[in-house]
Design a protein around this ligand. Structure first.
Ligand SMILES: [Mn+2]
Length: 320
């Protein structure tokens, strides 16, 4: 990776305007890692734009600068592009634009998902599947590039790690993860703010929605714990679809379940499935790929077109 860090350093010094692309349905890792990188690039007097397809969930509004992330951009305006935590080209939200512009402009792909298609069009790939969060790779890069690690950068990196490890609980956690987190604390990272904002800020409406999903959990003989939420469950609870984030992690705590799957119906005719496992013999990324999705061995997702009623409601209703 050191060779790549050097190449990145050269590319950054040659560039004035830099674009950082987050992944679609942005999560804590892509958002906070990108903000950390932006802070460093601003230190270097670069003009930086962060862009994402889709809204930033409210839970991440505590991160300074999050309100400056935009929904669209003109690729021609930039000298250098970063994609953070994206997994594949489709998940950047702008796959067509990106593949054509990559022929003339350098793309740096920083990721901890397994290689898919984005690495083929990227000039430099910093990919490490062992990293619990893309933030760990960003952290190494910032340190190599001698970034001034401000309390704000430390808090961003900590937020990303906290999110992707489910508050230091998932099995993707490594010694390195804790070392980075510890170092972030030494640099003024605000762990109490991070944990209270990311995990513990649940509205009454959100908790009611969690209750609906939890009350529907079924575990089959296949040891898969399944539940679902329809669009009207979300509307009736007064919560938002993003409030369903985290439910599947709780389902994954059931000792008798090998896999947990939560299906959430959107208001756009699609159903999003989130998959989790703590079992070393199961790879939920493989399972998600069967349905055109992706992710990690322990946490993955995919989406389907259609309505919940056609898929699962009937099946669950019949089994009551
Ligand atoms: Mn991630």
């Amino acid at each position: 990776m050191i060779k790549d860090f050097k190449k990145i350093s050269d590319l950054i010094s040659k560039s004035g305007k830099i674009l950082i692309l987050l992944h679609q349905y942005p999560d804590g890792d892509t958002i906070a890692s990108s903000l950390a990188l932006r802070e460093f690039l601003v230190q270097k007097d670069k003009s930086v734009l962060l862009a994402v397809k889709g809204d930033i969930p409210e839970v991440f509004q505590f991160l300074p600068g999050v309100d400056e992330i935009v929904g669209d951009f003109l690729l021609g305006d930039f000298d250098l592009i970063f994609a953070i935590d994206c997994g594949d080209a489709k998940r950047t939200g702008f796959p067509d634009r990106l593949s054509s512009v990559c022929k003339i402009k350098p793309l740096i792909n920083i990721d901890h998902h397994c290689k898919n298609d984005l690495h083929k069009i990227a000039r430099i790939n910093l990919i490490d599947e062992r990293s619990a969060a893309a933030a760990e790779i960003v952290w190494d890069m910032l340190n190599f590039l001698k970034a001034k690690i401000t309390p704000r950068i430390a808090t961003y990196i900590l937020s990303a790690i906290y999110f992707d490890t489910g508050g230091f609980q998932h099995s993707n956690l490594t010694e390195k993860t804790l070392q980075v987190a510890s170092s972030c604390l030494s640099h003024g990272g605000r762990i109490a703010l991070v944990s209270s904002s990311i995990n513990n800020a649940k509205s009454t409406c959100a908790l009611r929605l969690w209750g609906v999903a939890l009350s529907r959990i079924k575990i089959g003989r296949n040891k898969i714990a399944i539940s679902y939420l329809t669009n009207s469950d979300i509307e009736n609870s007064g919560a938002k679809a993003e409030d369903a984030s985290g439910i599947v992690n709780l389902m994954n705590n059931i000792p008798s379940a090998k896999v947990a799957i939560l299906f959430v119906e959107g208001d756009d005719g699609t159903i999003k499935a989130s998959l989790r496992t703590e079992s070393s013999s199961v790879d939920v990324a493989k399972l998600a790929r069967l349905f055109g999705g992706g992710g990690h061995k322990k946490a993955s997702g995919f989406s389907l077109d259609g309505e919940m009623a056609d898929l699962f409601k009937r099946r669950f209703a019949n089994k009551k």
